[in-house]
Write a protein that binds this ligand. Structure first.
Ligand SMILES: Nc1nc2c(ncn2[C@@H]2O[C@H](COP(=O)(O)OP(=O)(O)OP(=O)(O)O)[C@@H](O)[C@H]2O)c(=O)[nH]1
Length: 579
């Protein structure tokens, strides 16, 4: 509260009213009124602060849980990389396979150490002790096998890998890390519920602040009217008091509203699965969080050479791509403001200096020490400029939290829908997608094709050149399918060496053309494993069309399977259409 506000109340009480005689009861009334107003002002100043602290605490708790999920996920990736590197070296003897093993073996103890201080209680501490012990034993086992391969050759090392002693440890590690990840996901959902409740309290506080400010304004008017009778000097005091009170109430309400809108924005971001959906959420919230502003949110591209526009609002300059060298905020690693033509102006904002009466602010969005992108914003100058700039900096931190959570969800979703070996979608994704695409085809009265693909004599490839060589073939064919279909087509691994395509809005002629093109591409693949050139690979294709060959997913897949069977029996390396 500004110092003059209280002083005004004191002057009002002592200066304008006699303390004895007929005016004494009216003086008592004003004293009570002043006391009530002071109590309300204290409430207006402290309640939003307490509510915003509670919301902040919950948001940061959400961030900590996401951090922990990330470290557990990274630990599992490192263990898998170490084991994959060891297997590659044991099978091929090629030391190049040991690069991921060495990198992961060095990073695993550090990842476990990072997790230990984050443990929430004795249960998790005990789990982490067990993870640390198993991870160390796993690393010892991997190192011993690698040593044996180097000194005694493939057969002895393969015998150790084959006796599966290390598999039990790896399975147990997967189980422990999986259970912790699931528990963290439950904790994250509980924290989201708590954030909802805090926001509801916040809305109530906002409404109360509105009512209280009406009361204070009414009281101020009342006091002014009374004071006019008592003298103009007292009236001035009262007016200043009323102005200060109104200003206080306005600021409290604005802060409370900003906090509520920010939290709603984070909730909306929580429902996104990809960062390229940000443009559908941020422009609806950022103009309310930073009134009168315009700006752009940029995210680093995967190559990290440029930042790409993810969302923009208001007028002004919104370049599509920004070089990190063209932003002073990114180069300094902290917020950079330019108010006049003399200030250092970011080149990505164009040649013009800041618009008259505006400040340009560039804030790097940082999460976990990693710069995810840039918030570039232009805010109008006025009595509250400092408050607005501080708010923009806080918003950038919260955007960074929301964006890093979207990235985490994107990684988890990818892990659960994509087959690791081929990079194609997995069987579960195929089942869900085919059902969904059939509904869509029905609604739009469009055609749809399912193409089953099976590699020919693949067992012979495994038996002659080894399972690793078979994996190389599957991986290469997977890439061939991914690159050979339209963006709207869905290429999946159905199981083993069987693959399947869902081709929406595709008739018989187009499906046959697509299958023939892929068949030729597969048979033209130039395949190598180590120093060995692998024999030509061919595949057989079975096509079924909706609704002619099956009205539901199961019937359609069965028809495609029968057509595939016919292709095999017709001599393989051919395309057959269901009859
Ligand atoms: N390398 C490797 N082989 C796999 C994988 N999944 C399945 N296979 C092998 O694929 C082979 C499938 O063989 P079969 O079903 O007998 O068929 P085929 O030899 O391809 O003969 P046709 O289909 O009749 O042309 C088996 O040897 C499986 O072990 C995998 O992920 N990697």
């Amino acid at each position: 509260m500004p110092p003059h506000a209280n002083r005004g109340a004191a002057v009002l009480v002592t200066d304008t009213l006699p303390s004895r005689g007929p005016g004494a009861s009216s003086g008592n009334g004003l004293r009570w009124l002043a006391a009530v107003i002071i109590a309300i002002l204290i409430g207006l100043a402290t309640l939003p602060f307490i509510a915003s602290r509670a919301a902040d605490a919950t948001m940061y708790a959400l961030q900590s849980v996401a951090d922990k999920q990330r470290v557990y996920g990274r630990l599992l990736d490192l263990l898998t990389d170490a084991e994959t590197g060891q297997r590659g070296y044991v099978i091929t003897g090629d030391a190049g396979f040991l690069d991921p093993y060495h990198a992961s073996a060095a990073a695993i103890p550090a990842a476990v150490r990072d997790l230990k201080p984050l443990a929430a209680g004795r249960g998790e501490q005990a789990t982490l002790d067990e993870i640390e012990r198993l991870a160390q034993r796993k690393l010892d086992e991997l190192a011993a096998t690698i040593r044996l391969r180097r000194e005694s050759g493939f057969t002895e090392a393969a015998a150790i890998v084959g006796n599966r002693s290390g598999k039990a440890d790896m399975d147990r590690l997967r189980l422990l890390i999986g259970e912790r990840s699931a528990a963290l996901e439950r904790e994250r959902l509980a924290l989201r519920d708590r954030l909802d409740t805090t926001l509801d309290y916040n809305s109530v506080i906002g409404i109360c602040a509105g009512v209280a400010s009406m009361f204070i304004l009414g009281s101020g008017l009342f006091v002014v009217t009374r004071s006019l009778h008592a003298g103009s000097e007292a009236a001035d005091h009262a007016r200043r008091l009323a102005d200060a009170q109104a200003d206080q109430a306005r600021q409290s309400q604005a802060r409370s509203e900003r906090l509520t809108v920010t939290a709603r924005m984070l909730q909306a971001m929580d429902s996104l699965t990809r960062t390229d959906e940000l443009h559908s959420v941020l422009p609806a919230f950022l103009p309310k969080v930073l009134p009168g502003s315009s700006g752009t949110v940029y995210l680093y591209r995967n190559s990290r050479d440029y930042l790409q526009r993810a969302a923009a609002w208001g007028g002004g300059h919104h370049a599509e791509l920004v070089s990190p060298n063209h932003c002073w905020g990114l180069r300094f690693g902290h917020a950079h403001a330019a108010q006049t033509g003399d200030d250092m102006h970011c080149p990505h904002l164009g040649d013009a200096p800041p618009a008259p009466g505006h400040t340009d602010l560039c804030v790097p969005m940082i999460s976990q020490g990693e710069v995810l992108g840039l918030l570039s914003v232009s805010v109008p100058q006025g009595p509250d400029t400092a408050v607005e700039l501080a708010a923009a900096t806080t918003i950038s931190e919260q955007l960074a939290i929301g964006i890093s959570n979207i990235n985490l969800r994107e990684v988890l979703r990818r892990q659960s829908t994509v087959d690791e070996l081929t990079g194609l979608y997995n069987r579960r994704y195929f089942d869900e997608t085919l059902r969904r695409e059939l509904f869509r085809a029905e609604r739009m009265r469009a055609s749809l094709a399912v193409v089953m693909i099976d590699l020919d004599h693949f067992k012979r490839m495994n038996d002659t050149h080894g399972h690793e060589a078979g994996d190389v073939v599957l991986r290469t064919v997977g890439r061939c399918l991914r690159e050979g279909v339209r963006r709207s087509d869905i290429a999946c691994r159905y199981g083993g060496e069987e693959l399947v395509l869902v081709l929406p809005e595709c008739d018989a002629a187009a499906a046959r053309t697509c299958a023939e093109t892929l068949r030729k591409s597969i048979s033209a693949l130039d395949l190598h494993h180590g120093d060995t050139t692998l024999p030509q690979v061919t595949a057989s294709f079975g096509i079924a069309l909706w609704p002619a060959h099956g009205e539901d997913a199961q019937a359609l897949v069965q028809s495609a399977d029968r057509a595939l069977y016919a292709a095999k029996h017709g001599g393989r390396n051919r395309v057959c259409m269901a009859s």
